[in-house]
Design a protein around this ligand. Sequence first.
Ligand SMILES: Cc1cc2nc3c(=O)[nH]c(=O)nc-3n(C[C@H](O)[C@H](O)[C@H](O)COP(=O)(O)O)c2cc1C
Length: 330
Amino acid sequence: MPSNRPLCTGIPLAARRVCVAPMLNRTDRHFRYLMRQITRTALLYTELVSAAAITRGRQTWMLKYHPIEHPVAIQFGGNTPESLAECARIAADYGFDEVNLNVGCPSPRIAFGARLMAHPDLVARCVEAMTKAVAIPVTVKHRIGIEPHCGYRELHHFVTTVAQSGCKIFIVHARKAWLNGLSPRRNRSLPPLDHTMVHRLKTDKPELTIITNGGITSLAEGSAHMECVDGVMIGRAAYQSPYLLADVDRLFGCETECPPSRHQVVVRMCEYLIRESAAGTPSARILRHMHGIFHGQPGARLWRHHLAKAMSAPENTTCCKILQEEGRHL
Ligand SMILES: Cc1cc2nc3c(=O)[nH]c(=O)nc-3n(C[C@H](O)[C@H](O)[C@H](O)COP(=O)(O)O)c2cc1C
């Protein structure tokens, strides 16, 4: 049953300056909990959730989250206005702060995602149904285009059409999608990024909130984009090195104090692990997200070694003892 409804909805603008991207098999609730130990400001996204599965009552575990995760957005994939509207209603009842529609996934195995960019009217109808169903923001994450419909004119037309249906916030992965002949994995590094197209979109549509995404690996890089757009979304770099976002609260939120140290983050994650495993979560589901905590630090390799050792510990308390003790010395 829904239980996490926040007292008030509405995502502060500061939360959109830096967002953590939706990533299948990565940004589950345990990773999001980890990110929340590092930044209280950044807007977090769930993994892609299939609208069809949710409306059939399947995969409802994907709707579960910890209240500490707010502000948190859920991303749905689908292509029928009715089922997406129902999903939006369910998400709002669960207390999510935003519903996002995936129009960027290049997988040939799905009937939604990036291929919908060729059907702006259908996306507009989906968004209209969703916005009518809920009071929380409905946003769209899409590509700068798909081959062969890939010029700026098509991008502008897509955004104009969808904006007319009530979407005011667009997250643009600054890369075209190749729907034939390139795997979803290769579609994340090919073809090359073109952030200038996203910057131009913001110039032409100043009334919309435009977030750019793709290949951003530091907050300095993010800040440079913010000269031209409203915010940035970071995916792989945030997963590989979560502590990259440690300064988000001071730079873009209201925080004046230092962020927690990496060791403090480890301690909090161990406390979480003990609580979660008592509730039946296998510890490996949490530990797998902790590899990158010391990324780029002199002891990073040693940390991963300790993590492997901790993963094979027979007791969770022993596992946490290893991590807290060893993490202190890195
Ligand atoms: C493992 C993985 C899974 C992803 N899953 C999703 C997803 O579920 N929904 C989505 O919109 N994008 C997904 N993406 C794309 C990211 O959200 C992001 O747009 C892309 O990685 C580019 O940003 P980055 O260069 O900062 O990683 C995924 C990317 C990766 C690497």
